[in-house]
Write a new protein. Structure first.
Length: 193
C-alpha cells in the first residue's frame, strides 16, 4: 500500500521553505509520495491578498514538476466549504482505497491540534509527521510519545509567504526565496504588486 503524506497550505505563494520541507519529508521518512494540498479560498473570509485557487495550484504544479515524489493536489477545491481536514481525509480514503494517507504538519499546528474538529478520529486512522517550527506555546502531553505522531528532523525554515508578498508589493527582490518557475509566473502575471 502506497503511503501518501498530505501537506496542506494556501501556498500563496509556494516558496523554497515549503519545497525544502516537502522534499525532506519525502526523502527522510517512510512516505512514498507527498501531496501538496492547496487549500481553497474560504468564501466567508475576505482575503484580498489570496490569489485565486487555480493560480495557487498552478504555482504548486510548477514548483513540484521536477520532483517525482511531490505532487500538487486540488482535492479540496471540489469539497463543500468551509471544510475540515477530517472530511478531506475521509474523502481521499474513499476515492483511493489502495493508498494510505497521513498528515504533515509543523510543530506549531501540533500545539493546537487538540482543537481540530474530530482530532481523535484523525489520530485513530492516520499517522502525523511533524516538522520543527519556531513557535510559542506548548504541546499537549497526550501528543508526546504518541505512537501515531512521528517527528522528522527537517530543517527549520523561517520564510513566510506573507513576507514574500509584502516585499513584492514594495518592489524588493525575493527571487532567491522562490522556485524559479514560480518567480517567473508571479512576475509575468504581475501578482502581489
Amino acid at each position: 500500500m502506497k503511503k501518501i503524506g498530505l501537506y496542506f497550505g494556501t501556498f500563496n505563494p509556494i516558496h523554497i521553505g515549503h519545497l525544502t520541507i516537502a522534499n525532506h519529508m519525502a526523502e527522510h521518512s517512510d512516505l512514498d509520495e507527498l501531496w501538496m494540498v492547496v487549500t481553497p479560498h474560504n468564501p466567508h473570509k475576505k482575503k484580498s491578498s489570496l490569489l485565486d485557487n487555480h493560480h495557487r495550484y498552478e504555482m504548486v504544479y510548477l514548483a513540484t514538476e521536477s520532483y517525482p515524489k511531490l505532487k500538487p493536489s486540488d482535492i479540496e477545491f471540489k469539497l463543500s466549504q468551509p471544510n475540515y481536514t477530517v472530511y478531506t481525509l475521509a474523502h481521499l480514503q474513499e476515492k483511493y482505497p489502495t493508498k494510505e494517507f497521513h498528515l504533515i504538519m509543523g510543530e506549531d499546528n501540533l500545539k493546537s491540534f487538540h482543537k481540530w474538529k474530530n482530532y481523535e478520529t484523525i489520530l485513530e486512522r492516520h499517522n502525523i509527521y511533524v516538522y520543527p517550527r519556531i513557535s510559542d506555546g506548548i504541546i499537549e502531553t497526550q501528543f508526546n510519545n504518541h505512537p501515531k505522531i512521528h517527528r522528522v528532523n527537517a530543517p527549520i525554515m523561517e520564510i513566510s509567504s506573507t513576507f514574500i508578498r509584502k516585499n513584492i508589493a514594495i518592489n524588493k527582490n525575493v527571487r532567491p526565496m522562490l522556485p524559479f518557475e514560480v518567480w517567473k509566473y508571479i512576475d509575468e502575471m504581475n501578482f502581489y504588486k
